[in-house]
Design a binder for this molecule. Structure first.
Ligand SMILES: NC(=O)c1ccc[n+]([C@@H]2O[C@H](COP(=O)([O-])OP(=O)(O)OC[C@H]3O[C@@H](n4cnc5c(N)ncnc54)[C@H](O)[C@@H]3O)[C@@H](O)[C@H]2O)c1
Length: 493
């Protein structure tokens, strides 16, 4: 996904959208209403999936906060531009279909929840980390205040018989210990029967990129309800939006269980990556090729998901979910202690970009005054998401060491976290006389034969550092005829 499209519109004074919502619902009369709370990377696409539901026709209301950036996103959605540019062609097909059907309306007015039969919660829940990226995490905290405020808004507005399906990744215990008490209290205040709403939790592994829609609609899902009635309602709803001919729906015994399943799954991935990060460093010291080793080990089914070396972990989920789990253990369940291994995995992963930087510095004998072209700033291949990208601390380290960087990414034109423009034309970057190229994201572009030829046509001898093992041996050999090439984790320089 590329950076968000922006139309720069400002919020009208006294914004309210009830009339537009009612007109929209009148046009879609008779259709059940699904409201999606949060129109970010997950919610915006979930809204499309609901508007293109397999087993029902829904009128879909996408709801976000009344803030300049989100208002701009809402306006774009209503004016015919999907606000996130994605590689998945299904995104445009689904969006055009929703426009044709007229069954998707975006709003910043929480009045939308008053009309919803189902509310899908796709808002963020952040972890504040105290880390310098060089040493152990000195602390972290989870502030539930914004999440609680979102739940209060639902309690203040939702219908008595609503189904609320939480998809946000939450600390285990949240639906029972946080969401339910808030909804109960707000319903009582409004004279509604809190025994009538249904509350559930479900998750999937959303994968922004070429499989974006597929990862929501056709991937196995786990779900639960706060009680049997809620679990049944969640199941019925999911069966209308998920292609159960292609993937399984698995019911777990409680919302605590599904919430734990989500963070366990991501902690497992984070730990798996941190494990290989440690071995990457060992392989470098020992001068052996870890890729060769992992390939040889992966032939055994028991070890098929051993990870490969890389620059570190980025993105919104793996960088925080083990911490959410640990926080839950101590805070929600008064557990015996933190999830030390899971927390350590995050710490280890966070330190990898600095390790990659130090390795580069060692290999090129200092970086001061060098011109470094960074190929890929997003945290993942063929995706334009720069949130918590490991490339960010890597670039900061380079610059604090006196190197000048020029960044390229085919999916990102503005890098909001570093407040800078990113080049999208590789030819321009290569003509800016860099001393070295560092491949930081696994974008297809960087492994194309034509790109290798383009790099080989650069007149000066470059130092090429592939931090993620994107280059094939054939490409390494070809580049090595003109330049010096080093792949992190191959220990071969
Ligand atoms: N990105 C992924 O690949 C992925 C995968 C699986 C699960 N998740 C989980 O899904 C959740 C959402 O992730 P995301 O990547 O879409 O986050 P995001 O930050 O892109 O989007 C969250 C959106 O929610 C909005 N929001 C916050 N509070 C709100 C409120 N009270 N009312 C209405 N809108 C509100 C924000 O303005 C934002 O637009 C997170 O819990 C995340 O961990 C993400």
């Amino acid at each position: 996904m590329k950076n968000e499209v922006s139309n720069g519109s400002s919020i009208p004074v006294n914004y309210e959208d009830r009339a537009a919502i009612e007109a929209f619902l009148a046009k879609n009369s008779g259709q059940p209403v699904v409201a999606v709370q949060g129109l970010g990377f997950v919610g915006a696409v979930m809204a499309l999936v609901c508007a293109n539901a397999i087993g029902n026709k829904y009128a879909v209301l996408g709801v976000d906060l009344l803030r300049p950036a989100t208002y701009s996103r809402v306006k774009l959605l209503n004016e015919g531009t999907f606000p996130l540019v994605a590689d998945d062609p299904l995104i445009d097909i689904y969006y055009q279909n929703a426009l044709r059907q007229g069954n998707l309306h975006a709003t910043c007015d929480p009045v939308a929840y008053q009309y919803a039969n189902v509310v899908v919660v796709d808002i963020n829940l952040d972890v504040n980390k105290q880390s310098d990226g060089k040493s152990e995490l000195s602390g972290f905290d989870v502030d539930l205040t914004p999440f609680k405020a979102a739940m209060k808004t639902l309690g203040e507005n939702c219908r008595e018989d609503v189904l609320i399906l939480v998809e946000t990744t939450v600390p285990p215990g949240t639906c029972q210990k946080v969401v339910k008490p808030i909804l109960d209290e707000e319903f009582k205040k409004r004279g509604l029967n809190p025994g009538k709403y249904k509350l559930g939790h479900s998750y999937e592994r959303v994968m922004p990129g070429p499989q974006y829609i597929h990862s929501i609609q056709s991937y196995p899902r786990v779900y639960s309800g706060i009680d049997e009635r809620s679990a049944d309602a969640v199941e019925s709803f999911l069966k209308t939006i998920i292609d159960t001919s292609q993937c399984e729906l698995t019911r777990l015994g409680s919302t605590n269980a599904t919430e734990m399943a989500k963070v366990l799954e991501n902690s497992y991935r984070a730990m798996n990556i941190s494990f290989v990060i440690e071995w990457t460093q060992f392989a470098e010291e020992a001068g052996v090729n870890l890729y060769e080793i992992v390939k040889a080990i992966r032939v055994r089914n028991t070890h098929a998901n051993l990870m490969l070396p890389g620059i570190g972990v980025g993105g919104y989920c793996l960088t925080k979910d083990p911490l959410l789990a640990s926080w839950s253990r101590t805070t929600m369940f008064n557990g015996a202690g933190m999830l030390d291994m899971s927390v350590k995995a995050v710490t280890q992963n966070d330190k990898m970009p600095v390790y990659a930087f130090r390795r580069l510095k060692f290999l090129v004998d200092g970086l001061s005054g060098k011109r470094v072209a960074i190929l890929g700033v997003s945290y993942r291949g063929d995706v334009g998401d720069t949130r918590f990208s490991p490339v960010e601390p890597f670039v900061k380290q380079l610059e604090s060491d006196g190197a000048a960087t020029i960044c390229h990414d085919p999916y990102v034109d503005e890098w909001p976290e570093l407040n800078r423009t990113v080049q999208q034309d590789l030819a321009e970057v290569l003509s800016a006389s860099p001393d070295m190229l560092v491949i930081c994201a696994g974008h297809k572009l960087y492994s194309m034969d034509s790109t290798i030829d383009q790099i080989n046509a650069v007149p000066q001898r470059l130092f090429i550092f592939d931090t993620i093992g994107l280059l094939s041996q054939q490409h390494v050999n070809k580049l090595a005829t003109r330049h010096q090439v080093k792949v992190l984790g191959r220990g071969d320089i």
